[in-house]
Design a binder for this molecule. Sequence first.
Ligand SMILES: [Zn+2]
Length: 273
Amino acid sequence: MEFALIDGVRAKAQPGLKGHCPDCGAGMVAKCGPRVIHHWAHAGRKNCDPWWENETEWHREWKAYFPDECREVSHTAPDGEIHRSDIKTPTGIYIEIQHSAMTDEERLSREAFYGNLVWVVDAKPFARSFEFCHFLPDPGASFAQDLVWYPARRGSPMDFGAFWRRSENPDADSQPGSLVLIHSYQRLKDEVLKNWRGHQQYFWSRPRKTWLDATCPVYLDFGDEWLFRLEKYGSSLLPCIYRIAKKKFLHDVMTETAATDIASRFYPVPTSV
Ligand SMILES: [Zn+2]
């Protein structure tokens, strides 16, 4: 953990310090070896929060985007259960910064516990099995209503993007499996780019399925200035990602009150964020 209490005050770990856990009151010792991230550990036993994950550099980078008072904030459920969230913003959004794989069971309990939650997932460990495919037009654009996209699949003829038009195949929606005229993304590329708002197809071999089933928004962090939210495209079931600038996310999470409203409204973001 990044913070322990020393004489009742939240303090960061420094060599030789001793403190107490803000949640269970147990003694804590500062771990400040040359090869570990400086942190606090419960003396002689496991962390009192069973959901707590050992922190990586990546965790600390994320926490450092937020003021100290937003980090490691305890939340008590009505039944008395206590957990420590990585981040709680002043507007009441919880952010869980997740590096390790997670079971469905744990994901569901955390989503139920925090409610107003977003996941930020370290995507570097699976970046090699995640392929960014073609762009998709703004699902709200009028010309996009005519297009039905095929899921991108590696090694298939649909690899580079393929779609059919409702206007050319008026009965195809009501008769699944009927023959349609298939077009290639390449022929529509310019129009798609003109109407692009951040949607893109992807192909994820051996996906960490729990993130596809999540009920709270999931943002993948591949380590650059972007985040990719896992989504379904428009009203279809087509999986897609939605790209937003990390800056925009960090701004919205501090100003929006609902986790689902992050990156849903667009206006100039102050550059000081
Ligand atoms: Zn504790």
